[in-house]
Design a protein around this ligand. Sequence first.
Ligand code: XUL
Ligand code: CO
Length: 443
Amino acid sequence: MSTPFIGKREYFPGIGRIPFEGQQSDNPLAFKVYDANRRIGNKTMAEHLRFAACYWHTFTNAGHDPFGPGTRRFPWEAGSPMATAEARVDAAFEFFTKIGVPYYCFHDVDLAPDAEDIAQYEKNLRHMVALAKERQQATGVKLLWGTANLFSHPRYMNGAATNPDFNVVARAAVQVKAALDATVALGGEHYVFWGGREGYASLVNTDMKRELDHFARFLAMARDYGRSIGFKGCFFIEPKPMEPMKHQYDFDSATVAGFLQRHGLDKDFKLNIEANHATLSGHTFEHDLQVASDHGLLGSIDANRGNPQNGWDTDQFPTDLYDTVGAMLVVLRQGGLAGGLNFDAKARRESTDMEDLFIAHIGGMDAFARGLEVAHALLTASPWEKWRQERYASFDQGAGRDFAAGRLALADLAAIAAKSGEPAQVSGQQERYENLLNQYLMR
Ligand code: XUL
Ligand code: CO
């Protein structure tokens, strides 16, 4: 087994390219289901799933929480912030290559050291983009999306594009412009806005309508700038209802779809749905995916999961097969994703071995690969879709079809009902579908 690394040193010694070994293997460092070149329908697993690893949780987050510092000792953390960034990019591309993800994602200040001096910030980012570009070329790993971190620096405490102070809104543009430049320079396929501080802590001091109008204006400017420098991809909004703010404007799929349509942004913007954000908003992951898809706005996924007992964004690696089957049903029904599946997930603070980073990704990739297999089988080889269609069959003909086509008025419906009498009871048969799903999952 080759041990590919491209930097001056190897950061994950003893770990080679993660092989596919299948269900019989007990090797924690092997895939049991994800077999990149295996065909499912008309595409390979790799083409369906378009996995990305994220730069922030995996290479910059050492596991700190509100009660204590990080616990992981990253071997690339040494010396000045720039020396660490340079070592980190080697470690990151060694990791991407060994785990076998075709894509990665980053924030401007994960990749390069932040600086309050604008010229210095831009210089740092340009330097690191040049290094990332060389490593992309050497490994073939591509950028799924870039983004700007408009939530960590204290200047953004009252919001970035929705800040009540124009000077902060203008300062946010520095980062979005630089992150768009970086994304285009790296051939990034898409660009994400996660509005972590775009919201409020209290309505007592907040003019919500004004802030939302500013937000729409800012997004339109970002779109126009992106298009002017040749960015052809989608802009994604990533909904999240709260955390860090009490209330965030990009609450959930339905809220963002309405906002984009109201402001004429729905041609260029789509949604990046994160599982744990959907559950924080009181929905299931599948629900928010379905709402986005039904609006023609499902573009990409941040793959993770929450913890049912905790109310916050635990960002755990996805391992729940019901979640992954549900997600892949939505994705397959709409014919795939323009974006991909980005693991916006972190190994637990107590998981301190570098090996744990690999094992966590293997689990997530296998869980989605199995979700893909099961969802594909349910859609193509089981009665699932036929059952769902039959449930609505009364709208496929006669008066039901006329109703759906807008050819009837309310009085017509009432007259039809008067003639037909009390409708016969029709079972929803939920358990039948649940058993079918389990039957395919257990195969
Ligand atoms: C935070 C989150 C972000 C976005 C990118 O909850 O999900 O990492 O994905 O800014
Ligand atoms: Co995310």
